[in-house]
Design a protein around this ligand. Structure first.
Ligand SMILES: [Zn+2]
Length: 301
């Protein structure tokens, strides 16, 4: 097409935006592409004629009538709760063509935050009247309630659109607050509650069970390891706390007071996880200690 040269340098052909105070409609599109300009002028003049008849001398209204905001054949109805940017233009107008990728970007980048619509006023001439279009392109900003809060005529850069929204309290780039969300288990836990460690959610080995008596019932832990972690997390007064705790003798599987046991710790050769075992019999403990590279110790009574 012979207009290629013109189209290739839209940025050098800096568009002066249409005046917002009702200046000559053609000023909205100082395109150098003459046949396109002709179409545009035609549309703009039509709009101007309609508007001149209807709004002569009237100040630019701030809010579109409710009926004007629903043209279901031309643009989808506003989604509940979303601010909406509506452009009224024509696919054959150069600034409108320059706006098209911007609208696409906004539509994609702010999906779920902003509704972006376009009405071709050549296809839907009723929109010229309904939205009081004086020049194309015209961008109309609606708040989520559907009330018009702002409009602009002519090419409107993306940053300016975002800045305008922000000015009206819609920060499209605001970071979503990270809400605390409890993770849902992948599947229902069918283990009997008595067999699950209160601390780590792991299976309780009956030979290493630790039970802590509390006002609200017994707390069962898989091992002295989890007990020590729990103990270190407690913020309450821990005086005599050990008296509420029973551990399991690893050799016999019987519960014994935590203060009566000695403890052997080591490392599982298979999974490299630490383990702690309780014994009441010192000989058993010494035997367990051999080869484990562990230290044996006893809590202060
Ligand atoms: Zn545990």
């Amino acid at each position: 097409m012979s207009q290629t040269d013109d189209r290739d340098k839209p940025s050098s052909a800096k568009l002066s935006e249409a005046p917002e105070d009702g200046g000559a409609p053609a000023a909205a599109c100082p395109c150098r592409s003459h046949w396109k300009l002709g179409v545009l002028v035609l549309v703009a003049v039509m709009a101007a004629m309609v508007l001149a008849a209807k709004y002569r001398g009237a100040p630019a209204p701030q809010a579109a009538p409710a009926a004007a905001q629903s043209l279901p054949d031309a643009a989808p109805a506003a989604q509940a709760g979303l601010p909406r940017l509506l452009e009224l233009g024509s696919v054959s107008c150069i600034p409108c063509q320059m706006m098209a990728p911007i609208l696409d970007q906004l539509r994609k980048e702010y999906a779920g935050k902003l509704q972006v619509d376009f009405i071709d006023v050549k296809e839907h001439q009723e929109a010229i009247d309904a939205y009081r279009v004086r020049a194309i392109p015209t961008q109309v900003f609606f708040e989520p309630s559907g009330r018009e809060i702002f409009r602009h005529e002519g090419f409107f850069p993306k940053e300016d659109i975002l800045a305008t929204w922000k000015e009206f309290g819609v920060d499209l780039n605001a970071k979503e607050p990270v809400a605390f969300k409890r993770l849902q288990p992948a599947q229902a836990d069918t283990r009997p509650p008595d067999t699950v460690c209160y601390m780590c959610d792991g299976d309780i080995n009956p030979k290493t069970l630790v039970t802590v008596r509390t006002d609200k019932g017994d707390v069962r832990l898989c091992s002295p390891h989890c007990y020590f972690i729990m103990y270190s997390c407690l913020t309450e007064d821990k005086a005599d706390f050990e008296k509420r705790v029973s551990v399991t003798d690893y050799a016999t599987g019987r519960p014994v007071p935590a203060t009566d046991a000695v403890y052997v710790e080591g490392m599982d050769a298979q999974n490299s996880r630490p383990w702690i075992r309780a014994y009441t019999d010192r000989t058993e403990a010494t035997d367990a200690e051999k080869g484990s590279g562990s230290t044996r110790w006893r809590p202060a009574a």
